[in-house]
Design a protein around this ligand. Structure first.
Ligand code: NAD
Length: 249
């Protein structure tokens, strides 16, 4: 058991086909008590129940600072500590530069970038008191290669912002035993791509990937467990590519 007795909070974790739910499930299998945080419409309490009776589901909106703080306070009251935060909540929009409105820009950046800042701010006091913690931020290959698959330029910007934010926070909090790392998934078959790419396009993309297939949610979950556990105890500020070789650099 790599995460025995750890408490892990996963944002955007309720979608049964999503990276967050796969991560929460794998962390639970590795001995963690997991907290699935998501919007009300995603039904996080039901998702947590599906994982097992020891786990907690909480409604929160990562773009709202008060909502983030209240969620973390609820976790601390119920479970007493937070060892792992996975900043996974994110949304995308397949549009081109000239089509991006101010409202689109705010919406896309707010969930991935502002949400990562607010949730990390919310857990840091508890991690600081413990002098330990692992924060994992889900960026995207889109940040590294400048999109070109699904999300618009504002999505690439949000996810590139996550890389910079995470690296700067990693530097700041390393002396207090808190590790902060990023994962850059390639194209993973979850609901975020549903209806946005047809089977022919998916097959064309798979042909360009050295490992010859799109990613699975479990591929990202495994990387999250590595970064959450002591197996990665000397890693902070890193970017872990989980993309089948789509971007070898
Ligand atoms: P998904 O749509 O299944 O999951 C996103 C989750 O975030 C949903 O459960 C949604 O309800 C939640 N969410 C949205 N707005 C929220 C908010 N304001 N507050 C709280 N929760 C909110 O998609 P996914 O593919 O599992 O994506 C997970 C993460 O991985 C996202 O950050 C995404 O950008 C990133 N990512 C996905 C891929 C891919 O190909 N699937 C590739 C690279 C990065």
């Amino acid at each position: 058991m790599l995460l025995k007795d750890k408490v892990a909070l996963i944002t955007g974790g309720a979608g049964i086909n999503g990276l967050g739910y796969a991560t929460a499930s794998l962390m639970a299998q590795q001995g963690a008590r997991v907290v699935v945080l998501d919007l009300e419409r995603a039904a996080p309490a039901e998702a947590a129940q599906r994982i097992g009776t020891d786990h907690l589901g909480l409604v929160a909106d990562v773009t709202d600072k008060r909502s983030c703080d209240a969620a973390v306070a609820a976790v601390l009251e119920r479970l007493g500590r937070i060892d792992i935060l996975v900043n996974n909540a994110g949304i995308t929009q397949p549009v081109k530069t000239l089509e991006i409105s101010g409202a689109d820009y705010d919406r896309i950046l707010d969930v991935s970038l502002r949400g990562t800042l607010y949730m990390t701010q919310a857990v840091l006091p508890a991690m600081r008191a413990q002098q330990a913690g692992s924060v994992i931020c889900i960026s995207s290959v889109s940040a590294q290669r400048g999109g070109g698959i699904l999300g618009g330029p504002h999505y690439s910007a949000a996810k590139a912002g996550v890389l910079g934010l995470a690296r700067a926070m990693a530097r700041e909090f390393a002396p207090e035993g808190i590790r902060i790392n990023c994962i850059t998934p390639g194209l993973i078959g979850t609901d975020i791509i549903k209806g946005k790419l047809d089977e022919t396009r998916k097959a064309e993309i798979a042909e360009t990937i050295p490992l010859g297939r799109l990613g699975r949610a479990a591929d990202v979950a495994g990387a999250c467990v590595f970064l959450a556990s002591d197996l990665s105890s000397y890693c902070t500020g890193i970017t872990l590519d989980v993309n089948g070789g789509m971007l070898i650099h």
